[in-house]
Design a protein around this ligand. Structure first.
Ligand code: HEC
Length: 239
């Protein structure tokens, strides 16, 4: 008799416990709703390189118009991105990359003591000098211009930033490298449609010190007034 009662108590307690667990679990599920993520894993948003890579470089710049109007101070600010690997002062040491004093217009692999990649040495056979066009293409996307280069730098997509930077590089030991006469065939207006596509990619790439200098000057002008060529840079160019 007393044994039966004991078992009743035990079953009762077990049942009660199970009930409590059930209530807590259901309650917890009601409070903390769990959702399956729609996509598993992390989504890394990196379309810019691919898109910009597919995008052919814009028309070669009209250096005779662009360089005299370039903002050298903005170019110096843009050079901050290069400083991790390059010095540019005369007689400056090579770092991860070669010293760049006098590189504009100079020979590709211009520093005798620097261990250039085979890719860069091969590039020299095709394009022996760092002309304005050659530099512009290289800086836009080093890996696309010289596949296999050991300059691991994504590139500068923004045209105005590149032009300013090249003007700055030229001011560091290459002032004797002539600026060509303005070339109407290279002036904008020939490619009004280009404005839209690169603008997005440019904005994404252009962060940091150079950004304020080119926002108002570069992108809007190419879209609103495709017919006015020299206005693409910050200062009005003398015709
Ligand atoms: C991560 C390091 C790194 C950064 C950042 C970098 N470079 Fe370089 N750069 C290199 C290396 C390394 C080489 C040599 C490439 C080779 O041999 O393939 C090089 C080569 C060059 C050359 C060719 C020099 C020659 O003698 O032929 C130029 C021009 C150049 N860089 C300009 C720039 C500019 C302008 C920037 C900034 C917008 C920049 N680099 C940013 C590492 C860098």
């Amino acid at each position: 008799m007393s044994g039966d009662l004991k078992w009743n108590k035990i079953f009762g307690a077990a049942l009660g416990t199970a009930f409590v667990i059930l209530v807590v679990k259901t309650g917890a599920e009601m409070i903390y709703e769990t959702h399956e993520p729609e996509k598993m894993g992390y989504f890394v948003n990196a379309p810019e390189e691919a898109e910009a890579g597919a995008e052919a470089p814009a028309l070669p710049a009209d250096w005779g118009t662009v360089l005299p109007a370039a903002d050298i101070a903005a170019g110096e600010a843009a050079f901050a991105r290069c400083k991790a690997c390059h010095t540019i002062n005369q007689g400056g040491a090579d770092g991860i990359g070669p010293n760049l004093f006098g590189v504009v217009g100079g020979p590709v692999t211009h520093r005798a003591g620097f261990a250039y990649s085979d890719a860069m040495i091969a590039h020299k056979a095709e394009a022996p000098n760092w002309t304005y066009d050659a530099l512009d293409e290289f800086i836009t996307s080093p890996a696309r211009d010289v596949p296999g280069t050991k300059m691991s730098f994504a590139g500068l997509r923004d045209e105005t930033t590149r032009h300013n930077l090249i003007a700055y590089l030229r001011s560091q030991g290459s002032a004797g490298y002539a600026i060509p006469a303005p070339d109407p065939a290279r002036q904008p207006g020939a490619a009004p449609a280009e404005g839209a596509a690169p603008a997005g990619a440019d904005a994404a790439v252009t962060e940091g010190a150079a950004a304020p200098a080119e926002g108002p000057a570069g992108a809007p002008t190419t879209q609103t007034t495709p017919a006015a060529p020299p206005a693409a840079t910050s200062a009005p160019a003398p015709k």
